[in-house]
Design a protein around this ligand. Sequence first.
Ligand code: NAD
Length: 357
Amino acid sequence: MAKKHILIVPGDGIGQEVTAVGKKVLDKIAARFNHEFTYDEALIGHVAIEATGDPLPAESLEKMKNSDAVLFGAVGHPKYDNDPSAKVRPEQGLLKMRKELGLYANLRPIKLFDELLGASSIKPEILKGADILFFRELTGDIYFGEKGRKNNGDTAYDVAEYSRYEVQRIGRKAFEAAKTRRKKLVSVDKANVLESSRLWREEIQKLALEYPDIEVEYQFVDATAMILIKEPTRFDVVVTANLFGDILTDEASQIAGSMGMLASASIGDGTGVYEPIHGSAHDITGKGLANPMASVLSAALLLDISFGLKEESEAIISAIDQVLKKGFRTRDIADKTTDPSMILGTDAIGEEILKLL
Ligand code: NAD
């Protein structure tokens, strides 16, 4: 029996709706496998700014540090998206959380459920068998380097920076993961142009000497963007910098049919944070249309990576697989062959997953 304390951090928009389903699934797992999970909640993002003026209040950070794992929703609000001059922004909460918790590795498994072959905009014969594990570096690069304005504000800059140590620690995690999979690693950079990428490549090349069984390929990010669509089955583990990873994983989400199907784990030195890759999706907030499966799959990753509960994690993935096999869909993963009566809302599809658990 595992005794664990889980912090639920729903954040903004559909983060609230999908995380509620993720939590119910964790509860169901605790009951079925006889574990004791206790929960608390914390604020982040726009809801935290409204309540306290701070996108990541000290109390939330403290709760995160003191929990065994965090199930996270999303942050964001149209108010800030349309106002680039806003000084306090929801995303600041997210970036601070990653930095403060030392979450330097973001893992994004991209795996297509067979039932959803038709939901992607990519041809089924190209997609079939695609199974990629992305390692995106999360606490360095252009997001955290010096930024500012000069020339009376008419010129803006953001500095991309990596230390050898930062590349080594994420690189090692990626090599270790490749050992347990198909033993192929693609390292993505822009070493033909960027100095930070040249250092990235040097460090990955050094690590490769320690892992002679892993077949390593070096790609420029522009080529990766193309190959992901042309030949997604060519990839096993991919490791890349923060900005390239941000963009490539959204592109790769189309392999899985929808952003609503993709979970991620952010891990580092302390508490792990598990979250869907999608944002707060204002266009569908409050309509009950959000696909909660990315949050449910985040809960599965949480059980596997932070608690080592593999069987429990697989039970969740299998429940989702069965729900899809039965023909249930949310709107984002339905296609023209879907019977309209099988298209369910957030809570209703959550109930189907719970029934199977
Ligand atoms: P988004 O991921 O919120 O939405 C992109 C599109 O995908 C939208 O059409 C949305 O309806 C759809 N979508 C996303 N998740 C879905 C789900 N679970 N089910 C069904 N459809 C889904 O990205 P965006 O529109 O570019 O950004 C909206 C806000 O989210 C912005 O404020 C942005 O800053 C924020 N954001 C936050 C995170 C995060 O918290 N990690 C990530 C990305 C964007």
